[in-house]
Design a binder for this molecule. Sequence first.
Ligand code: FAD
Length: 345
Amino acid sequence: MIETDALVIGAGPVGLFQVFELGLLGISAQVVDALPHVGGQCIELYADKPIYDIPGVPVCSGRELVERLQQQVRPFAPTLHLGQEVSALQPQPDGRWQLRTSTGQAFLAKTVFIAAGVGAFQPKRLRLEGAEALEGRHIHHRLDSLPAHGQRVLVLGGEAPAVTAALELAEAGAAAQVTLLHRKDAFKAPTELLARLQALRDAGRIQVEVGQPLALRTADGGLQGLDILDAAGQTRPVAADHLLVRLGLSPRLGALADWGLALERKLVTVDTARFETSLPGVYAVGDINHYPGKRKLLVSGFHEATLAAFAAAERVFPGQPIHLQYTTTSPKLHERLGVSAPTGD
Ligand SMILES: Cc1cc2nc3c(=O)[nH]c(=O)nc-3n(C[C@H](O)[C@H](O)[C@H](O)COP(=O)(O)OP(=O)(O)OC[C@H]3O[C@@H](n4cnc5c(N)ncnc54)[C@H](O)[C@@H]3O)c2cc1C
């Protein structure tokens, strides 16, 4: 059980900025995200596309924005718990909140910040009859859960995560066979990955199949492969012992909907002075919240995180005045930021 003043659910851009605003007020935070990395939609959906409406930053990519936010929160050294989803939130008699994640990590938090965006990003599942029963044994979403040694592995997907997985498998040399299945013989990935893919195809170490999965081929509870609909409209089998499904990620609201929060159309209702939810000490910021006039923009989320941090400070430091201080001039903020005070007259 980790005891903390603040727990931030979601390490998207708004969750990261929440950590910064809390840090300025002297509140350290733990951060949980379902993804194995920070950045939320900026990294998952538009890492290399330009953003033009961040104040003072005429243009930067989604990835650059996240890198800058990571740099900005560094003085506050938040502890990140990645690759796990917050699955439970329960009130405690002393006013704190107990939270639990999908990996079993528990937290006891004075304040909770839901910065869950459009939901926890989860791998898209293979929607074929019988697939659920084979998940974890013959159908995988992560490379490290795959027993590739001497096995025939079929990687499904047409973008960089699928290409990378096929390359890693083929280059490791442990799998008996590596096949990449996509609906066309064109992959969306950086040039360097495509060049490596071509080299391994030329060397016969990666096969590419063009088609769409139609049905699982199973025998005695095990997997034999897939039936696919090929480019010529014919159904044919592709042999495999294991499938590595890399069809992308989709967001899911998940357990959050059952935490007793007031919701409006799957968004968490908040007030616009404190960004507090219907649960005391639980705040919602960024794309996940709803209030009259809400616009799902990064600047809105950054503003919300600022006011939510001030509201939470009253709870973390009861009875103490919470002063507004400028980062430009406050020695206390300079100390927290780890920067030296300006010298001179
Ligand atoms: C293509 C595209 C372009 C955009 N361009 C712009 C733009 O130019 N300007 C602009 O202002 N906005 C833009 N946006 C919107 C902007 O990206 C969002 O407003 C912003 O990402 C919201 O940030 P967030 O931190 O609230 O949520 P997200 O970025 O969605 O991050 C939420 C994080 O929470 C995690 N999470 C959710 N639930 C849980 C849980 N239960 N447990 C653990 N983790 C959880 C998710 O995995 C995710 O990483 C764009 C959006 C898209 C899709």
